[in-house]
Design a binder for this molecule. Structure first.
Ligand code: A1D88
Length: 253
């Protein structure tokens, strides 16, 4: 795994070419450490996940999985599930720059990011049922919340490989780019968010994440409980002042 910091953008690149970036215990450990580092670094405002080679992530490591039983199997599943939930609820906005195969646990990770961009060569699949496996990093829960029940059942029951264009039409990804443009476009998107208020973005992200599972009235109340007090926030005062002074606002985490 390569961990990079480019100005205010943290980049996590999965890099296990020998196993098409499959997720094993070691990779999960490195991923936890990378998230720890970027959460603590107040310079970091956006995190991008991507892969080296022809895969984003080809899934959990089948070579490791084949020998897991009982408590070890449960520990592996619990570790991935809790790490992915932590990534989903990060205050920082996250982008998945899906460069290639995004299968199984790799797609489960991508579903935890806020915005998914794909290269034209990317493909998406839940092959678990072809192997007698039940998805274990919450794919059966996030996929229907992203693309609907029938698209999800077709992918989960058949293991079908969804190409980038179909993923775009299905709402699984936001944009599709030629592979050579993917990282540039991902950085451009990240830089747009870096210019905006991290306080506003983190609260908006939390409101969206919580609101989608709430009754509408309760969600409206929750948003009001955040937007009204925000009038006294440093960022809102700075943002409106900058507008009238015709200058760039100066935000910080
Ligand atoms: C909780 C989460 C559960 C899960 O995620 S379950 C696992 C879900 N993922 C999969 O089932 C995908 C398994 N991989 C494949 O189906 C294929 O790969 C691809 C379609 C992704 C690519 O096929 P091709 O281009 O022909 O490459 P190749 O020769 O199959 O793979 C190159 C090397 O990478 C290893 N590898 C690929 N994926 C995994 C994996 N997920 N776990 C462990 N190893 C993997 C292979 O074995 C091989 O290795 P060698 O060159 O030594 O024969």
């Amino acid at each position: 795994m390569l961990i990079e910091k480019r100005e205010s953008i943290g980049i996590i690149t999965f890099d296990r070419p020998e196993a098409l970036n499959a997720l094993n215990t070691g990779v999960l450990q490195e991923l936890e450490e990378a998230i720890d580092r970027f959460e603590k670094d107040l310079d970091i405002r956006v995190i991008i996940f991507t892969g080296n080679g022809k895969a984003f992530i080809s899934g959990a490591d089948l070579d490791e999985m084949k020998d897991l039983r009982d408590k070890e199997a449960r520990a592996f599943i619990d570790r991935g599930t809790s790490l992915f939930r932590r990534i989903e609820l990060l205050e920082l906005p996250t982008i998945a720059a899906v460069n290639g195969f995004c299968f199984g646990g790799g797609l489960e990770l991508a579903l935890c990011t806020d915005i998914r961009l794909a290269s034209e060569k990317a493909s998406f699949s839940f092959p678990e049922a072809t192997l007698g496996i039940i998805p274990g990093f919450s794919g059966t829960q996030r996929l229907p919340r992203t693309v609907g029940k029938s698209n999800s059942k077709e992918m989960l029951f058949t293991g079908k490989r969804v190409k980038a264009q179909e993923a775009l039409e299905m709402g699984l990804v936001n944009h599709v780019y030629p592979l050579e443009e993917l990282m540039g476009k991902s950085m451009e998107l990240a830089e747009t968010m870096v210019r905006n208020s991290p306080n506003a973005i983190s609260k908006i992200k939390m409101l969206v994440e919580k609101g989608v599972d709430m009754e509408l009235e309760a969600g409206i109340t929750l948003e009001s409980d955040y937007s009204a007090p925000n009038f006294e926030s440093r960022d809102q005062i700075e943002g409106i002042s900058a507008f009238f002074e015709k200058r760039k606002p100066n935000y910080r985490r």
